[in-house]
Design a protein around this ligand. Sequence first.
Ligand code: COA
Length: 426
Amino acid sequence: MSGNTYFNHAYAGIEAISIFVPNHYFPIEDLARVRGVDEEKFTIGLGCKKMSVLSPFEDPVTMAATAMKDLIRKSGISKDQIGCLVVGSESGVDESKPIAVYLHEMLGLEDNCRCFDIKNACYAGTAALRSAMSWAMTPASKGRKAVVITTDVAYYDLGSPGEPTQGAGACAMLIGTDPGVLSLDTANEAVHTNEVMDFWRPAYRNSAIVNGHYSLECYLEGLRKTWSLYRDMTSYRMKDYDYLLFHTPFPKMAWKAHNLIYKLEGGFKALGMTEEESFNTKVLPTLKAAQEMGNIYTSSIFAAITSLVEFHDMKPGMLLGVFSYGSGSSSEFISGTTGKAVKSWANRTGLSHYLSRRRKISYDDYVLYRAAYEQRMKDGYFVNHEPSDENPFVYLGIKNHKRLYSYTAQDSEDVKTIGLTKPLQG
Ligand code: COA
């Protein structure tokens, strides 16, 4: 129970965390130039810096598998101790087969491991976390751990208002009842559901459609409702939080979210800090991944956790407020306290490693890779690429309507292909 000075009830949470950042990025000022837009609209108006762009052999499954492989290696968890794998994503590669089952095979998990996906726009990551925590707290888990994966590709139509906010990435988290990174309040539930058409992706499209300005209002309404609910339940106030982590479709949204809470809490008179001082202290340190990677949908708040843990002087017992929003819409506000192992994840989440190894691409390559992404959902798409240490999981394409991946097996040096009809062992 050490490291938790806030919750005196049963709790669960994050024991280990890792993030995957794709191989390429496209700078936001280059996009502004080719689109003939004032650069400051994107960099200051939206707060964006870079967007992650997938290589033709990457997809939501390969990103997730790499994040999970890193998580297993860094946490030292043995695979027979993983009893549940939940994937939150709004970038499903199949309308039926779950991403979790591809990961189960690629990572060589035990066959008595429960695996499933949750789809619920950007809220799916939090739904996956809630579900995994509940599982970890039941006797059925028998002390085993759950893994939560979030993985998404956030692409909008070229030239559309959403284009500068694009991104891609994945997070992996080990969930259990000894949460050394972050324990979460399981006794209070501040949620808000409201049917709205603010952002959606019809099953026949690769990119989302967004009613942008309306979506920001829907987000802020979800925040206002859940913040007030949670505050009334627990009596925590803004001043109690060391950091506030907001779902971040683009960094300026976190500024808008912060300012709403700042006003609700009485502004300078009550808080003794200007809006800017408060934002710089409580929110800015959470935004590194969002600025560098762009929108990563379900991974957004978990990438905010990695931004804090990777680069900042985190101590056990810090109180974090986390707001999750999924278009359509579902909102939740939850609190967490950092655990005794939080410091040991500094420089270990993968964020600085992957950011330092990725490469900048030109506008022509950006357009080429985007076009490949449209093609890669079609039968007959094929990429000739071998798995390597740098890219251990490779998406090969679709043959006879089956998605094919190539990867190096966990227990040997053999390169395996997944997606073919497999003989049963009986
Ligand atoms: N210098 C500095 N700032 C500038 C500027 C300039 N030259 N020109 C415009 N801006 C500011 C605007 O004032 C605005 O800031 P504000 O919102 O604080 O007022 C911001 O830049 C964006 O300008 P705007 O005209 O509103 O942009 P837009 O209409 O092209 O689109 C979004 C903005 C956010 C609606 C669009 O990027 C989008 O749809 N994004 C995706 C939203 C999403 O993911 N929603 C899901 C909800 S989770």
